[in-house]
Structures are given as structure tokens and as C-alpha cells.
Design a protein around this ligand. Structure first.
Ligand SMILES: Cc1cc2nc3c(=O)[nH]c(=O)nc-3n(C[C@H](O)[C@H](O)[C@H](O)COP(=O)(O)O)c2cc1C
Length: 301
């Protein structure tokens, strides 16, 4: 029996990764779990220049999920390469660096800073953050998504996964655009655009107004997106959205994902990833699965 998965040229020791923005830069979690056991870590998204993020409150709980409007708070790509990457590359698990570009020119800078750096398994292009205003929306317009993916592909040597937003009418069209632009993988999904209201104050609960909804409640949306993407492109898919147990992992695989990322569940159960990794062999045996490739994309509709 093997826990490893292949996503094109990217090989992962197991299919359980942590999602960007829910695991910091991993240092914070090091005393809680053995990070070397993870299938991969996707650190918080970095931008070319530092960003202060949105005004608080930045997170608020809702029924069966979490709303956030962090606003891509980060110290910029230079700090990331100098201060965060040296630690991440010591961990002994795959690192998928998450980047968000505001302009096509940013892709050149990501290439200049990241090419040649060791310890980067792949780069995830976040075109789907709902909490940043003022920029062009590369995640909702297929043409712009293709352009941005192509520009990063031209500048970067590492494999690229394009992380898609569920906040579109036809996610398959955006996935096809990413494929046409040269993406190696698709990550799906980012958060669902939502709003929490304090009716007594006549105010939104988040400082930014609207935010991104995540957690168990979005799993059916994520599964639908993964399935639609799997029908539309040949690229391997990393499923994200409400994963919190072994059955969820299998559900995403059957829908078409080769691996999953866990986000919100890290907040209420910090050992969720290694708990699932521990449980996988037993559950695979019970289900008669020797290799995940036996079930990936086997959903019959
Ligand atoms: C507090 C918070 C911050 C997040 N920050 C990022 C981010 O910086 N970049 C990104 O691509 N996704 C970010 N996400 C989205 C997650 O990576 C993930 O796509 C989403 O939460 C759905 O997965 P989940 O239901 O397992 O949380 C964030 C999510 C949360 C809850």
C-alpha cells in the first residue's frame, strides 16, 4: 500500500496538505505536530510588496464555518525568501509557495526571487482572494487568468498550481484558461464570498464588510467545483474546502482531486492533518484501496 500521490511531475509523500493562510509560515505549528509528516505545506500568500491587511475584526465564526477578511497581510516576497523560506526548507516536507500578483509585471519579480531557491516543490498562484480590492480580478475573468498564468509560467521554473475562486458562474472556464496559460495543476477552491451581519448595530461583523467563508459548510460547493474542473481539464487537481476527516479526503478524490488541502479545520483541531495521515492506511485497507490512483476521478454521475 502506498500513501504517495503524483500530480504530474510533482510527487507528494501523502495527499494531505495544509491550505494557505491557515497555517502561518508553519513555525507556529511546529510544537503541535511533526511537520515532516505532512504531504505539503502551503504558507500564507505572499505579494511583491508588504501588505498591512484589512482592519479588524478579521475573522468571525458563522454556522458551520468561518468568515475571514485578512486582506493578504504579509511582509512581501523579499522578507519571505530571506526570513521564512530558510525555515520552511528545513522541514523535510514539500513546500508549495503561494503568491498573488497585482500586475503582470509582478510575475517577473516572483521569477527573479524564487528561481534558483532550493526547497520549493511548486508555486500556487492565488488569483482568488476575495479580500483585496482595487486590483484587477484575475480569478473571475478567464482571459485575465490565462494571461496571468502565462506570464508566471514564462518567468518561473517551478511547477505552477492556479488556485481558483468559487465566486464565478463557470469555474470550468477559468480552469481551462489556467490550463491554456500553462498551469501544471489546479487548486480549488478558495473561500466563498459571504457576509456576517450584526443586525442590532446595523453593521457587518467583519471590519472589511464582506469576507471569505470557509469550513465544513463549503464542502459541497468545493466538491462540485472539483468535479466540474475534472470534467473540463486534464490537469491534476488539489481539492480544498471543508476537509476534516478521512471520508472527506476520499470524497474529493472520487470527485477528481489527487490531493487535498486542509484549512479551517487546523484552527479547531491543530493535529487534524497528522490524525488523518495516521488513519489513512487503516481506512484504505478497509476499503480495499492500495493506491489512491484507483479512486481518483471515479465518480459516476
Ligand atoms: C483565515 C484564513 C486566511 C486565508 N488566507 C489565504 C491566503 O492567504 N491565500 C489563499 O490562497 N487562501 C487563503 N485562505 C483560503 C484557504 O486556503 C482555503 O482555500 C479555504 O479556507 C477553504 O478551505 P477550508 O474550508 O478547509 O478552510 C484563507 C482562509 C482562511 C480561513
Amino acid at each position: 500500500m502506498s500513501l504517495s500521490v503524483s500530480l504530474g511531475s510533482v510527487k507528494l509523500p501523502n495527499p494531505i496538505l495544509v491550505a494557505s493562510g491557515t497555517f502561518g509560515y508553519a513555525k507556529e505549528a511546529a510544537r503541535l505536530l511533526n511537520l515532516s509528516r505532512l504531504g505539503g505545506i502551503v504558507p500564507k500568500t505572499v505579494t511583491v510588496s508588504p501588505r498591512p491587511g484589512n482592519k479588524p475584526p478579521r475573522t468571525v465564526e458563522a454556522t458551520a464555518g468561518l468568515l475571514n477578511a485578512i486582506g493578504l497581510d504579509n511582509d512581501g516576497i523579499d522578507e519571505f525568501v530571506e526570513k521564512k523560506l530558510p525555515y520552511l526548507r528545513t522541514l523535510g516536507c514539500p513546500i508549495i509557495v503561494s503568491v498573488a500578483a497585482k500586475t503582470l509585471d509582478d510575475c517577473k519579480i516572483f521569477g527573479e526571487r524564487l528561481n534558483g531557491e532550493s526547497g520549493i516543490t511548486a508555486v500556487e498562484l492565488n488569483v482568488s482572494c476575495p479580500n483585496v480590492s482595487g486590483g484587477v480580478d484575475y480569478g473571475t475573468d478567464p482571459k485575465l487568468c490565462e494571461q496571468m498564468t502565462r506570464e508566471l509560467r514564462r518567468n518561473l521554473t517551478a511547477p505552477i498550481s492556479v488556485k481558483l475562486s468559487p465566486n464565478v458562474t463557470r469555474i470550468a472556464d477559468v480552469a481551462k484558461a489556467a490550463e491554456a496559460g500553462g498551469a501544471d495543476m489546479i487548486s480549488a477552491i478558495n473561500t466563498c464570498y459571504g457576509l456576517s451581519v450584526d443586525w442590532r448595530k446595523r453593521k457587518p461583523r467583519l471590519g472589511n464588510g464582506c469576507g471569505g467563508f470557509s469550513g465544513p459548510a463549503i464542502k459541497p460547493i468545493a466538491l462540485r467545483c472539483v468535479w466540474q474542473i475534472a470534467q473540463a481539464v486534464k490537469l491534476p487537481i488539489i481539492g480544498i474546502g471543508g476537509v476534516s476527516c478521512v471520508d472527506d479526503v476520499f470524497e474529493f478524490m472520487v470527485a477528481g482531486a489527487s490531493a487535498v488541502q486542509i484549512g479551517t479545520a487546523n484552527f479547531y483541531k491543530p493535529t487534524i492533518t497528522t490524525d488523518i495521515i495516521d488513519a489513512l492506511p487503516g481506512e484504505m485497507e478497509k476499503a480495499g484501496i492500495n493506491d489512491f490512483s484507483e479512486i481518483i476521478g471515479t465518480l459516476e454521475m
